[in-house]
Ligand binder design. Structure first.
Ligand code: NAP
Ligand code: GLV
Length: 313
């Protein structure tokens, strides 16, 4: 099988992926975009990480596009994507576990006032706050897919009352209240001390973290955006932080990345920033996931975690 590897990697990342993929599938030929362009009719699959728009056109034998990213919003925004070629996204249990670690850290820090204590340390202020129990700190997780369910299960295991919201009703995990639809979301917002966003970015979910949603949360709630920057209306969050409606925000993703140096989030004392690292794709586990799908496509077997282009995830 001839596979093109292309994405927004730097040279070291490209080499690390090339090595990991070649080790997992030594029988394949692994081509850089330049090598693939020299013989486009021979390219049978592409392993991609947010490739430049247009990178996947003009490859007549292409039978699978395997994303190294879990979220495919940038990939699907490429209007030149070849129609009819299946797209699979990255689903890696190690990545789900990393996301659960990030969500646990953020939730614990919000529940136990650790972000407040970090701020007090910078001010040289010794002040104790009442200790809260996990079972009195409800958490609402938007999205109950691979990431959202893993996060919800981990939080439930720590004793938090967890509600998980998705488009459709789905499997119910122990300790997690599963809800679907807008009416159920409206009821779940007022008790939620922490809101964690793990939705895919689609036409329906863009801007979901807005003033209306913040107003429905209890005063001082924590907002944790681990999905995409465009889910959040930045100005609405800044206004909700200014009036105390949102107590603290943990943000991993932004409209523009890297976050521009003059963005007010950088210096905001009630915002904790991460540089899009909540769950990074790790070639040590993800290469095997990608290769399993490539082999399935080669052998005519079912490919896993296919993207539904119509719904956008
Ligand atoms: P997934 O398995 O596709 O799950 C998506 C979930 O969102 C599903 O439960 C789906 O509902 C729900 N959903 C979609 N549209 C909805 C809507 N309009 N209303 C309500 N629920 C809706 O995706 P995943 O693997 O969990 O990943 C989620 C997102 O996390 C990715 O798209 C990516 O943006 C982000 N991510 C971020 C990082 C990071 O490092 N920051 C890393 C990986 C992923 P149904 O179950 O009803 O379909
Ligand atoms: C990271 O944000 C991903 O979608 O994999």
């Amino acid at each position: 099988m001839n596979v093109m590897l292309c994405g927004d990697f730097d040279a070291a990342e490209a080499q690390a992926w090339q090595q990991a993929l070649a080790a997992a599938m030594p029988e394949a030929r692994w081509w850089t975009p330049a090598q693939a362009r020299a013989q486009p009719a021979a390219v049978q699959a592409a392993v991609v990480a947010n490739p430049q728009p247009g990178s996947l056109q003009g490859l007549p034998a292409l039978r699978l596009i395997q994303s190294l990213w879990a979220g495919v919003d940038r990939l699907l925004a490429d209007t030149t994507l070849p129609a009819g070629v299946p797209i699979a996204r990255m689903v890696d249990p190690a990545m789900n576990a990393a996301m659960a670690e990030t969500a646990l850290w953020a939730t614990l820090a919000l529940q136990r006032d650790f972000f407040t204590y970090a701020r007090q340390q910078r001010q040289g202020r010794w002040q104790q706050h009442a200790q809260r129990r996990a079972d009195e700190w409800p958490v609402l997780v938007l999205g109950q897919g691979e990431m959202g369910r893993t996060v919800a299960r981990a939080l439930a295991g720590m004793g938090f009352p967890v509600t998980g919201w998705s488009r459709n009703p789905g499997p119910v995990d122990p300790g997690v209240t599963r809800i679907a639809g807008d009416a159920a979301l409206r009821q779940a917002l007022p008790p939620a001390r922490v809101l964690i966003n793990l939705l895919p970015l689609t036409a329906q979910t863009a801007g979901v973290l807005d003033a209306r949603l913040f107003a429905a949360l209890p005063r001082g709630a924590g907002v944790v955006n681990l999905a995409r920057g465009r889910h959040l209306v930045d100005a609405d969050l800044l206004a909700a932080l200014a009036c105390g409606q949102v107590g603290h925000a943990v943000l991993d993703v932004f409209h523009a990345e890297p976050l521009p140096a003059d963005h007010p989030f950088w210096a905001h004392e009630r915002v904790t920033l991460l540089p899009h690292v909540a769950a990074q794709t790790d070639e040590r586990s993800a290469a095997a996931v990608a290769v399993a799908n490539l082999r399935a496509a080669r052998d005519g077997a079912p490919v896993r975690h296919l993207v539904d282009r119509g719904r956008g995830y």
